[in-house]
Design a protein around this ligand. Structure first.
Ligand code: SF4
Ligand code: SF4
Length: 63
Protein backbone atom coordinates (compact mmCIF):
# COMPACT_ATOMS: atom_id res chain seq x y z
CA UNK A 1 0.00 0.00 0.00
CA UNK A 2 1.89 3.03 -1.24
CA UNK A 3 1.08 6.13 0.72
CA UNK A 4 0.79 9.25 -1.38
CA UNK A 5 3.38 11.77 -0.22
CA UNK A 6 2.49 15.41 -0.06
CA UNK A 7 4.55 17.82 -2.09
CA UNK A 8 5.03 21.55 -1.64
CA UNK A 9 3.02 23.68 -4.01
CA UNK A 10 4.62 27.10 -4.31
CA UNK A 11 2.53 30.15 -5.06
CA UNK A 12 4.67 32.24 -7.40
CA UNK A 13 2.69 35.38 -6.60
CA UNK A 14 3.25 35.03 -2.85
CA UNK A 15 6.90 34.01 -2.99
CA UNK A 16 9.35 36.87 -2.43
CA UNK A 17 12.41 34.79 -3.23
CA UNK A 18 13.80 35.13 0.31
CA UNK A 19 15.33 31.66 0.12
CA UNK A 20 14.42 30.60 3.66
CA UNK A 21 12.69 27.43 2.46
CA UNK A 22 15.73 26.55 0.35
CA UNK A 23 17.91 26.73 3.47
CA UNK A 24 15.40 24.89 5.65
CA UNK A 25 14.83 21.93 3.36
CA UNK A 26 16.73 19.00 4.90
CA UNK A 27 16.96 17.25 1.55
CA UNK A 28 18.07 20.28 -0.48
CA UNK A 29 15.46 19.76 -3.15
CA UNK A 30 14.39 23.41 -3.45
CA UNK A 31 16.21 26.07 -5.42
CA UNK A 32 15.50 29.65 -6.37
CA UNK A 33 14.76 29.87 -10.08
CA UNK A 34 14.22 33.43 -11.30
CA UNK A 35 13.75 34.45 -7.64
CA UNK A 36 10.95 31.96 -7.08
CA UNK A 37 11.32 28.88 -4.90
CA UNK A 38 11.10 25.82 -7.10
CA UNK A 39 10.99 22.12 -6.33
CA UNK A 40 13.83 21.09 -8.63
CA UNK A 41 14.29 17.56 -7.28
CA UNK A 42 10.75 16.39 -6.56
CA UNK A 43 11.82 12.74 -6.45
CA UNK A 44 13.96 13.50 -3.38
CA UNK A 45 11.30 15.48 -1.50
CA UNK A 46 10.04 13.44 1.45
CA UNK A 47 7.03 15.65 2.12
CA UNK A 48 8.22 16.72 5.57
CA UNK A 49 6.58 20.14 5.26
CA UNK A 50 9.48 22.08 6.80
CA UNK A 51 9.57 24.43 3.81
CA UNK A 52 5.91 25.33 4.28
CA UNK A 53 6.42 25.92 8.01
CA UNK A 54 9.46 28.09 7.37
CA UNK A 55 7.95 30.35 4.72
CA UNK A 56 7.11 33.74 6.24
CA UNK A 57 4.71 34.55 3.39
CA UNK A 58 2.64 31.37 3.44
CA UNK A 59 3.60 30.83 -0.18
CA UNK A 60 3.95 27.06 0.27
CA UNK A 61 1.04 24.68 0.70
CA UNK A 62 1.49 20.95 1.14
CA UNK A 63 -0.78 19.13 -1.28
S1 SF4 B 1 8.53 19.05 2.03
FE1 SF4 B 1 10.50 18.80 3.12
S2 SF4 B 1 11.80 17.70 1.65
FE2 SF4 B 1 10.08 18.53 0.49
S3 SF4 B 1 10.78 20.49 -0.29
FE3 SF4 B 1 9.73 20.90 1.66
S4 SF4 B 1 11.35 20.88 3.22
FE4 SF4 B 1 12.17 19.90 1.37
S1 SF4 C 1 10.34 30.85 2.15
FE1 SF4 C 1 8.46 31.39 1.01
S2 SF4 C 1 8.82 33.44 0.21
FE2 SF4 C 1 10.81 32.61 0.83
S3 SF4 C 1 11.64 31.69 -1.05
FE3 SF4 C 1 10.54 30.07 0.06
S4 SF4 C 1 8.45 30.08 -0.80
FE4 SF4 C 1 9.43 32.00 -1.38
Amino acid sequence: MAEEKKKPEIDKEQCTGCGICVDECPNKVLELVNDVATLTKPQSCDGCGKCAEACPNEAIKMK
